[in-house]
Design a protein around this ligand. Structure first.
Ligand code: PHE
Length: 542
């Protein structure tokens, strides 16, 4: 009898006959053989989960023979084998002969045979019997232990254990009683409510398998999130909380058109050089961008068109815009999304928009401890009528406060597509200095008007890196430990979920904490920043 079903039936019929099963050790199958207690346990657990039975475990200690013990119980002890091998009479046997006859038993058994005064040594080195017959007590003891599971003499048990002939073991058995749902018939249990059950009404009478909330779940074999993706999620939540919509960033390969031209970046700009940008070889170009938009952009680059600007005063070439590249910033996506917004505006009127993206960008840079040829940008864009620089500054204040940075200042800078443009600095308490955390600005009319946005729509935007806060958060000092083929997979598997709390903000701007800037540098930076900040403040006031 081995099948679970048979065992369950045996338990149920026995209970039906006897009311209880005191001890499953004595449970016998129809053919009179004993049952395996581990299998009994399986059957009992299954029946108990249906409330058909209840049980308690009974634990007992029994002595069992080791393999050697079993062999001796069957064919006699080593000492008895020695006695048997020594012939009766005076001629005896030499030790080498005994050795040849008995092998291992010769050396193990001799000592005990001497001690039992069964044999003696006669010169020159001959073993002879000194009794006529012997009783092999070891064999008798082992056989008794084998059949009863113990011996009355505890010292003897300890001795056999020491000789590695016997050992103590715990045995489990069970005492079983009927449960509230006891029945001779095992009902099939449903595991789920199915569509068919609902339709037929069968669910009303069905018995459902109980959930086992104590079951140990299967350890997931994969699916750990990379630290960058965890921190990205934290930033995404800040954006969502503030009503932003996520931009589609799945185009790693982008045309120069959306990455540069649509952003009023002149075609001879150094960033378009192969030293800074990865160009795609095959296919090397695309002309899949709106041609009417292209015409407007061409004019603005060449002479400003009707934007009020004089443009860059050069001959704009379509071939240059067609070059495929790995996008160098997510602002390529922003320009495309603003174009879409302008299209929508033409159809259904302008609606203010708040967009964000967090994804990979690529730059042809030499790799070192803090730079890789690819990294992640966090980018935010707000489009609304009559926005001003004050809105940008005010918004930056709120945004960075959400990450725990409450002292924010700005320094004028240059981007081809924004005017004014501002680098964003945050005060670092530990370093007692201002640390750069991002770049921002108001998109230029030369960029927005060709896209087709109404003239009174202003767009403010900003960008920052994702790697820096992640490295600080996870205590990683070399970027190559975070991204690329040298990354230790255990780091990704074991790291905790981050929280962008107040501390996170402090950490974000404190990547240099381990190497504090020299006093003179710090003073110089603060003084310079202060001057520039004053300038920006004046700009805002005027
Ligand atoms: N694209 C800029 C960069 O790569 C960041 C930026 C985004 C600046 C939007 C201004 C406005 O650094």
């Amino acid at each position: 009898m081995s099948s679970q079903d048979d065992l369950q039936t045996l338990v149920l019929t026995t209970l039906d006959k006897q009311g209880v099963i005191e001890d499953t050790t004595y449970l016998k199958t129809a053919d009179g053989s004993a049952v395996d207690q581990l299998a009994v346990l399986g059957a009992l657990n299954s029946l108990r989960s249906k409330d058909m039975v209840d049980y308690k475990s009974i634990e007992r200690e029994v002595w069992t023979l080791t393999e050697e013990g079993r062999e001796l119980a069957e064919s006699g002890s080593h000492e008895a084998r020695v006695f048997d091998a020594v012939p009766a009479g005076a001629e005896g046997i030499t030790i080498p002969d005994l050795q040849a006859k008995l092998g291992k038993s010769a050396s193990i058994g001799q000592g005990k045979a001497f001690k039992n005064k069964w044999i003696n040594k006669q010169p020159p080195n001959i073993l002879v019997r000194i009794v006529d017959s012997i009783v092999d007590q070891t064999k008798i003891d082992l056989q008794q232990l084998q059949s009863t599971g113990t011996l009355s003499d505890a010292k003897l048990l300890a001795d056999y254990k020491k000789r590695k002939l016997a050992d103590k073991q715990k045995l489990f058995a069970y005492s079983v009683s009927k449960g509230p749902e006891f029945s001779l018939e095992i009902k099939k249990e449903a595991t789920d409510v199915t569509y068919e059950m609902l339709q037929s009404g069968e669910w009303k009478n069905a018995t459902f398998k109980k959930y086992n909330f104590d079951a140990v779940g299967v350890a997931p074999s994969g699916g750990a999130l990379h630290p960058l993706m965890k921190v990205r999620q934290e930033f995404r939540e800040i954006f969502f909380e503030m009503g932003f919509q996520e931009m589609p960033t799945n185009r790693f390969v982008e045309s120069s058109f959306w990455n540069f031209d649509a952003l009023f970046q002149p075609q001879q700009h150094p960033a378009r050089d192969a030293h800074d940008t990865f160009f795609i070889k095959d296919p090397a170009t695309t002309d899949r961008f709106p041609k009417d938009l292209m015409e407007r952009i061409k004019v603005v680059h060449e002479n400003g068109g009707d934007t009020g600007s004089i443009g860059y005063n050069y001959h704009w070439k379509q071939e240059e815009a067609e070059k495929l590249i790995l996008r160098t910033h997510t602002t390529a996506v922003s320009s495309y999304m603003l174009y879409k917004l302008a299209q929508e505006t033409k159809e259904s009127g302008f609606r203010p928009a708040k967009y964000f993206s967090i994804d990979r960008v690529f730059r042809n840079e030499s790799v070192d401890a803090t730079h890789l040829a690819e990294f992640h940008q966090i980018e935010g864009v707000i489009a609304d009528k009559n926005l001003s620089l004050a809105d940008l500054i005010g918004f930056m204040d709120v945004f960075f406060k959400k990450m725990g940075m409450d002292k924010i200042r700005f320094k004028p800078t240059y981007n081809p597509y924004t005017e004014p443009s501002m680098e964003i600095f945050s005060w670092h308490d530990g370093l007692k200095t201002w640390v750069e955390i991002g770049n921002s600005g108001m998109f230029r009319p030369e960029m927005l008007l060709p896209l087709g946005l109404p003239p009174d729509v202003r767009v403010i935007a900003w960008g920052l890196g994702l790697e820096r806060p992640t490295m600080v958060k996870y205590g990683i000092s070399n970027i190559r430990d975070l991204l690329g083929h040298k990354v230790n997979l255990a780091l990704i598997h074991d790291n905790a979920v981050p929280r962008l709390d107040k501390k996170m903000g402090k950490e974000l701007i404190g990547i240099n904490l381990e190497q504090p800037a020299e006093e003179s540098t710090k003073e110089k930076v603060s003084a310079a920043v202060q001057g520039l900040v004053n300038k920006v403040e004046n700009m805002v006031v005027n």
